[in-house]
Ligand binder design. Structure first.
Ligand code: MG
Length: 267
């Protein structure tokens, strides 16, 4: 029978001596260390002038909607068609008949600020009450519903499946809290998006990740997406590069919602 012999007392003594001398050495090194050894002066972070309020774009942001026009957007399904939503009094309101709107520019990793308002007179229930959505990357560009949706919905006093309420990554991740404001009040999303990476053969290298604050409250904490968000079926990944952002025109019959102050910072 094979047995492992216990270490001899000589071996234990040698090990203890070794650890003790390492400790003495480390202490000696730390005594010689200066504060400057661990202080760096490059690279210098670029200067960014913040907006006067959280809603206002910082100096290095690309403004996607400033209340005046939808020049940064086109209609879903046709990149030659202008975005058909109504701009009035500094806000843009969804036009369900004309479909969603998509940014003309594409993005990889970014920080996004966007505000929405559910109309005060909203009707309907469940998913049919102020439904819209922010496709953080709309990967079939011109149209369709393929992408990663951050849900927009009235959940102030409206229940639905929890992985489909406001603040959810649709049917993948339940929000960590429900900080929804009353219909009629403006609400703000702050999003940090890390695009998925793919290998040359098209397989996934690293998943998309997202951190989201709704009205200043953390609702998604560095969530790793399982793939594109699906109404029916399981999420999956399909290789893509930089992609536009889409705002959804949902087909429910409730009163259309509005957006304002949309800006993005490439990371
Ligand atoms: Mg939606």
């Amino acid at each position: 029978m094979y047995t492992i012999a216990p270490p001899s007392s000589k071996k234990i003594f040698t090990l203890a001596l070794f650890l003790l001398s390492m400790n003495i050495l480390l202490n000696a090194q730390n005594e010689k260390a200066k504060p400057e050894d661990t202080e760096f002066y490059t690279p210098v972070p670029k200067i960014v002038t913040p907006g006067k309020t959280d809603a206002e774009a910082p100096s290095d942001a690309l403004v996607l909607f400033d209340g005046k026009n939808l020049d940064q957007w086109h209609a879903e399904g046709d990149s030659t068609r202008a975005a058909g939503w109504k701009v009035q009094n500094g806000i843009v309101t969804v036009d369900k008949k004309s479909g969603g709107i998509i940014t003309r520019q594409t993005f990889s990793d970014y920080q996004l600020h966007i505000e929405y308002r559910i109309p005060k007179n909203i009707t309907g229930s469940g998913q049919a009450r102020g439904n819209s959505g922010i496709y953080l990357a709309a990967i079939d560009n011109d149209g369709g519903d393929v992408g990663y949706e951050l849900q927009v919905l009235d959940n102030y006093n409206n229940t639905t499946y929890v992985n489909g309420q406001a603040g959810s990554i649709y049917k993948q991740s339940v929000p960590l809290a429900n900080p929804c404001r009353k219909p009629g009040e403006w609400q703000a999303y702050e999003v940090v998006w890390t695009a998925p990476r793919f290998k040359d053969d098209g397989t996934l290298d690293s998943p998309a990740r997202v951190t989201v604050f709704l009205n200043g409250v953390l609702v998604q904490n560095n969530f790793a997406l399982k793939g594109v968000t699906q109404y029916i079926g399981q999420p999956y990944y399909k290789m893509h590069g930089p992609a536009p952002i889409k705002l959804q025109a949902h087909g429910d019959k409730s009163e259309p919602i509005s957006y304002r102050n949309i800006w993005i910072r490439r990371l």
